[in-house]
Design a protein around this ligand. Structure first.
Ligand SMILES: NC(=O)c1ccc[n+]([C@@H]2O[C@H](COP(=O)([O-])OP(=O)(O)OC[C@H]3O[C@@H](n4cnc5c(N)ncnc54)[C@H](O)[C@@H]3O)[C@@H](O)[C@H]2O)c1
Length: 421
């Protein structure tokens, strides 16, 4: 298999918790060559290098830090990622893991230097930007995956297959919930999670809208979101809670509640679930996922659980480091599966074209990318653009206190505030 160099742009929570460990494992299993990580300053890079969790799991593995960890933590390097991307060989992989509002510029820069891309969700904040990325990447035969990892949870894949086999009937009414911990309010969230920028529906509710679309294939057509505001410890005002009502193209309705308020003392680490009802012929069908309590409870001697708690619901399904036959520990779960799916897809694409002329290679790469789009398992700009429309519509709705916003498909998909009659 062809190996790829990987540059991760952004060294924060998601890089620490999921991306770097996953890439390290793919390096020692033969998919990844060199690894670079670029952050705004040296402090998150130091944390990644000094983490005993990561060191113990991946003994002897390392990455090249941009800026070097010897730079003072207060010195900022906002444009260094451009140099990192310019220094990559063509058709390697860039992982975009910066705050949402920077995704567009970094993805476009990576495409400029002919990189395949894996971007954390949301790809971008506007539909037009997603369409531009899709067009540019396709013209150059570059693969872009979006890291909607809930799609790789086995229960989602089982539900998707069941829907395809018509085991449940027609989706008619659903309820989803994702409540993040209260302690998020005292984290870096207080600096950017302000009313004008985002809200709990856009940040986490979108996962379940994407999941219902993924499972059923139904597109969302209108959205209403109402929020409840509160103050962060630093005085900034944000939406602490949000409730969204999403109507799908067949008339089905999904209600979604989200918040930054799951009790720190509770068994968590957050609360999340999905229930969907379906109409059949003279009977109904149902899918019910408890995504919080997955049947594993731990009670620790010390308060090492989330929020300092002793008793925890532990998810063996998302991401955990576990013993394996090799050295250290290996990452398992749908978080790892999701990263691996995009990264190995980029390797497969390069493998398929390595003996071809430039013209044949481009043609073949475009063909494979269209197959991935059509398959609809890995989220791509072409098959997950509904998410950008949902985000755009939700922001308009919450800022107008729950007005209905329609999503209009066709040659030029767009969102439109519904006029009251
Ligand atoms: N469930 C999920 O899919 C999931 C979960 C968490 C985060 N995310 C997404 O991941 C992204 C990052 O979130 P996070 O929690 O890791 O954020 P974070 O604030 O912990 O980290 C952001 C990182 O970006 C870096 N950065 C900022 N500006 C930069 C620049 N100009 N050049 C290089 N690096 C720069 C910072 O140094 C920091 O390391 C967000 O888009 C978020 O929505 C997705």
């Amino acid at each position: 298999m062809t190996t790829l160099d990987v540059a991760i742009i952004g060294g924060g929570m998601i890089t620490y918790d999921l991306l770097l460990p996953s890439v390290y494992h793919l390096q020692r299993t033969g998919y990844v060559n060199n690894i670079k990580v670029c952050a705004l300053d040296s402090s998150p890079l130091k944390a990644l290098k000094n983490s005993s969790d990561i060191r113990d799991a991946f003994p002897g593995q390392d990455f090249e830090a941009f800026p070097p960890v010897t730079e003072p933590a207060d010195k900022k390097f906002p444009d260094l990622y451009k140099e990192v991307l310019a220094g990559m060989q063509p058709r390697q992989l860039t992982i975009v893991a910066m705050p949402d509002q920077h995704h567009y510029q970094v993805v476009m820069e990576a495409l400029k230097y002919n990189q395949h891309i894996l971007c954390v969700k949301p790809l971008v904040l506007r539909y037009e930007q997603a369409a531009e990325i899709e067009k540019t990447a396709h013209e150059k035969g570059l693969f872009v995956g979006v890291e909607y990892h809930k799609r790789f949870d086995r229960r989602s894949l089982i539900a998707k297959r069941g829907c395809e086999l018509k085991q449940f009937g027609e989706f008619v009414m659903g309820e989803a919930k994702l409540i993040e911990p209260y302690y998020y309010r005292s984290s870096n969230f207080q600096n950017w999670f302000t009313c004008d920028k985002t809200d709990p529906f856009v940040y986490i509710g979108c996962h379940y809208v994407d999941l219902v679309y993924f499972i059923t294939g139904l597109k969302p057509v209108s959205i209403s979101v109402s929020g409840i505001k509160g103050r962060f410890p630093n005085g900034n005002e944000g939406y602490m809670w949000a409730q969204g009502r999403v109507r799908f193209e067949n008339g089905a309705i999904l209600s979604v509640i989200d918040g930054l308020g799951y009790p720190d003392q509770a068994a968590g680490s957050n609360d999340q679930s999905l229930q969907m009802f379906f109409e059949g012929d003279g009977k109904t069908g149902m899918i019910k996922h408890n995504d919080q309590f997955r049947g594993v409870e731990h009670s620790y001697l010390e308060g090492i659980g989330c929020g300092g708690s002793h008793f925890n619901y532990v998810s063996p399904d998302f991401y955990k480091l576990i013993p394996w036959e090799g050295s250290g520990y290996k990452p398992v779960g749908y978080g790892f599966d999701s990263v691996a799916a995009s990264l190995t897809m980029a390797c497969q694409i390069e493998d398929a074209v390595k003996k071809l002329s430039e013209a044949d290679s481009l043609k073949k790469r475009k063909e494979i990318i269209r197959e991935v789009d059509k398959k609809g398992i890995i989220a791509t700009p072409a098959n997950s653009f509904i998410n950008e429309l949902v985000v755009e519509a939700a922001r308009i709705s919450i800022l107008t206190d729950g007005e209905n916003v329609d999503i209009v498909y066709g040659a030029k998909p767009h969102v439109r505030l519904r006029q009251r009659t």
